[in-house]
Design a protein around this ligand. Structure first.
Ligand code: RDL
Ligand code: RDL
Ligand code: RDL
Length: 154
């Protein structure tokens, strides 16, 4: 049975790890290993440890960059770390970031954090079990959270 790693943060204002695990367990039977770290810059090593020490086949890295300039910088650095960890381990780490200023109010932010997490959980399931389903969706303008952009109409 494959193992999915879940790494989330205490900085985020919603329990993204719980939403991810709920969505995965609704759809497939897998082993899950979860860790929670303080913030997004702590996610790369947490994800790498889930892969190398926890034997995870794929990891979701969940976090919420804040709205300030220093948070955007922090998110960029965290992303670079997550990409580096993927290249070092040859394993997908699906980055699920929801920027605090993407929602117009707290209700919309909570909705977006839940929806983006769940939609990326479904991507993780496809990557693991049905990669051909992603090929079918190639070029269709998929987005996670708000509405899909859709394909170009020409
Ligand atoms: O290693 C301890 C912290 O440096 C680390 O947890 C950081 O990710 C925390 N952090 C910031 O220092 C910051 O300026 C976070 C943010 N911004 C942020 O926007 N989102 C976070 N962490 O999850
Ligand atoms: O690992 C899961 C996602 O983080 C990853 O697929 C990203 O490449 C998705 N993504 C963004 O998160 C984003 O803010 C993309 C864009 N912007 C973008 O402009 N184009 C993309 N992906 O193909
Ligand atoms: O087209 C509107 C949004 O998709 C665009 O603003 C994205 O950059 C928003 N976004 C992020 O900022 C991010 O960190 C997205 C993701 N991650 C993501 O994983 N999937 C998205 N948008 O659809």
């Amino acid at each position: 049975m494959p193992t999915i790693g879940i790494a989330d943060t205490t900085f985020a204002r919603c329990n993204m790890g719980r939403a991810a695990i709920d969505e995965i367990q609704k759809n497939v039977s897998v082993k899950i290993k979860r860790v929670t770290v303080p913030g997004i810059k702590d996610l790369p090593v947490a994800a790498k440890k889930l892969i190398e020490e926890g034997g995870c086949d794929i990891v979701m890295a969940l976090g919420m960059p804040g709205a300030k300039q220093q948070d955007k910088m922090c998110a960029h650095e965290a992303s670079q770390g997550l990409i580096m960890a993927q290249l070092m381990t040859n394993t997908h780490i699906i980055e699920v970031f929801v920027h605090e200023d993407e929602g117009k109010d707290e209700k919309e932010l909570a909705f977006l954090m839940d929806r983006r997490t769940r939609e990326h959980a479904l991507n993780v399931i496809k990557l693991l079990f049905k990669p051909e389903n992603l090929i079918r969706e190639a070029g269709t303008g998929q987005r996670q959270g708000f509405e899909d952009a859709g394909p170009l109409r020409i």
